[in-house]
Design a protein around this ligand. Sequence first.
Ligand code: MN
Length: 268
Amino acid sequence: MPLDEYRRKRDFNRTPEPEGGQPRRPRRRSRDKETAGYFCVQKHLASHLHYDLRLEHEGALLSWAVPRGPSLQPVDKRMAVRTEDHPFEYGSFEGVIPEGYGAGIVMLWDHGAWTPEVDDVGAALEKGDLKFSLDGYKLKGSWALVRTRDRAETPPRQRGRNWLLIKHADFWSGPIDITEVAPLSVKSEGDFDDILAADMPDLWVTGRPATATGNGRAAALTREVIESAARKILARHEAASPEEPHAPGGPKPRSASRGGRRTSPRSR
Ligand code: MN
């Protein structure tokens, strides 16, 4: 069962992530070639910032975590760690995972259609060489995922999971740092702080998640995001009720939560 690992890692009473029902019916193949499917890249601020590339295949989403994100330059071979398949519905998810596995903020950074440039995706995965094209807002043209050889010191659970994401040279390749040039959500058009301010204000502003503590870059970024989100929530409150005085520490959790729900991306 492809989604077993996904479900085992999560408590669906405590995470807003979709549980995933039955896998979608796989798309019909036209002749020998597989037809286009959905793809997305979710920018995920968790214990480490990374980009999750997901490709629809046989009703679920094949997934790779790309720590540095995709590059449009063919010389950049970006490490991509194969992770568990995700439910198809996960592909539109954007929001806050308050605790547990993957705790942090998920942004829908890009999405669109992908088309395999191989006859048989299953065989290409097996072989460790999947060529495909993307037609998203940010990522386009021809790409490859190539599995790398395990080294002697690779731990057993990591074996066979290390791949490289490579852009082929074409019209869509070039010396542009796409993660810098286009950092925002294709769903809400916001940044992490906007997603946090809209989705989960009280919990994170008052009780910071484990990912916000420590000296790492992701922890520092998470603290910045929380502070910026708190300022946005406060500004929204001041705009909504200019007469009402507020505590210097920030808005009251209850009213912050109501304000957040109104502009939640999921309620649109
Ligand atoms: Mn992730």
